[in-house]
Design a protein. Structure first.
Length: 163
């Protein structure tokens, strides 16, 4: 049974699809793609069915990442099939933990930047939606920085399950 990770932001068109794409690439590079499933969702359903923001697509493509994506809203029922739910900021973290049906499910929710030892107290990935391309580039840098630590944590879980 694969280890399942879901990235969550507000509308699922900027930060979480970017994190999904980057982390999926890291999982594949590590040779874990048959053991780890990666997807994303939003806390709200405003953009359900839409593709990723064109600026997200452009930044991902510029850096060699896949950007195929369809937005969807996170559902409480998904907790039972997910191993890890990665919030992109503290607002998402709180919303997801409130949505969790059990304390065990709430414990599955973590902040992405908690996996970046250089993040310090700055744990939120800022929403680039209302800004320019520089915000999307900054978002990608934060996602990439945190993906190394997240991959190490997921690898430990996957290898622990295989033992």
């Amino acid at each position: 049974m694969p280890y399942r990770v879901c990235f969550v932001c507000t509308g699922n068109i900027c930060r979480s699809p970017m994190a999904e794409s980057v982390f999926h690439a890291r999982v594949a590079e590590a040779g874990l793609d048959e053991f780890v499933e990666v997807d994303s969702a939003g806390t709200g359903g405003w953009h359900e069915g839409d593709g990723a923001d064109p600026r997200t697509v452009a930044v991902l493509a510029e850096h060699g990442y896949d950007s195929e994506h369809t937005a969807r809203q996170f559902q409480a029922s998904w907790f039972s099939r997910l191993d890890l739910v990665i919030a992109l900021d503290t607002g998402h973290l709180k919303a997801l933990r409130r949505l969790a049906p059990t304390e065990q499910d709430a414990a599955k929710v973590r902040l992405l930047r908690s996996y970046d030892p250089t993040a310090g107290h700055d744990v939120d990935v800022p929403d680039p939606y209302y800004g320019g391309m520089d915000g999307f580039e900054e978002c990608l840098e934060m996602v990439e920085a945190a993906s190394t630590g997240l991959l190490a944590a997921v690898r430990e879980q996957v290898e622990g399950e295989a033992a």
